[in-house]
Design a protein around this ligand. Structure first.
Ligand code: B4P
Length: 187
């Protein structure tokens, strides 16, 4: 089972992805976490990524495609995984399709977390106060929401014809949303 959790910044991808991966004992691949760890460690990748992340922009595909390929090729992602935070662009979606396709696999579910913009902004401002993430400032949040609409939301149309897209109301308690995901997946 390869599950993609898709949604705007603040829609709960990380939150629900963790619950789902723990429950189904699948590896969760989270590009945002990998990038944040690289920034913290001060690696070349981190230095490259930080300026884009702090501006609320996507890290360029020229940097991120290799990272995604490496993660997908890891043995623990051989039979299934939860993808959190990617694919985010058409080129990333193409890479995922090709890599899984070459192994006779495919994305089996796309869970689209649906949350109003007002609620997204409220959550990210709340997280800014709690965690102090440098990309949760009001201005950066606005850019991230625009980038999502422009680059990532169109991916839904890419997956709909395959019959794998499930809309999940993303407002409600974390447990309620996790319960809805369980119902959709049937496990
Ligand atoms: P991400 O780490 O993916 O950041 P995000 O979109 O904000 O999602 P996140 O998982 O953190 O938040 P969530 O919705 O779970 O990306 C950060 C940056 O990295 C990007 O801007 C980009 O620069 C770069 N990047 C990452 N992947 C990339 C890629 N593939 N290509 C290019 N660039 C890439 O949760 C948000 C908040 O809501 C949390 O505080 C949570 O506690 C809260 N919440 C969750 N569920 C809730 C609920 N039901 N009710 C109330 N609050 C809830």
């Amino acid at each position: 089972m390869f599950v993609l959790i898709l949604g705007a910044p603040g829609s709960g991808k990380g939150t629900q992805g963790k619950i789902l991966a723990d429950r189904l004992r699948l590896v969760k691949i989270t590009t945002g976490d990998i990038l944040r760890a690289a920034v913290k460690a001060g690696t070349g990748l981190g230095l490259d990524a930080k300026k884009y992340m702090d501006a609320g922009k996507l890290v360029p595909d020229s940097v991120i495609l290799d990272l995604i390929k490496r993660e997908l090729d890891k043995p623990e992602a051989k039979d299934g995984a939860v993808f959190d935070g990617f694919p985010r662009t058409a080129a990333q979606a193409e890479l995922v399709d090709q890599t899984l396709g070459a192994r006779g696999q495919r994305l089996t579910h796309v869970l689209l977390l649906d949350v109003t913009e007002e609620e997204l902004v409220r959550r990210l401002h709340g997280r800014a106060a709690l965690e102090g993430r440098t990309d949760d400032t009001p201005e950066t949040v606005r850019t991230r929401l625009q980038v999502y609409q422009q680059d990532t939301a169109p991916l839904v149309a890419h997956y709909v014809p395959r019959g794998v897209v499930h809309r999940v109301p993303g407002t409600g308690s974390v447990d309620e949303i996790a319960g809805e995901i369980k119902r959709i997946l049937g496990r």
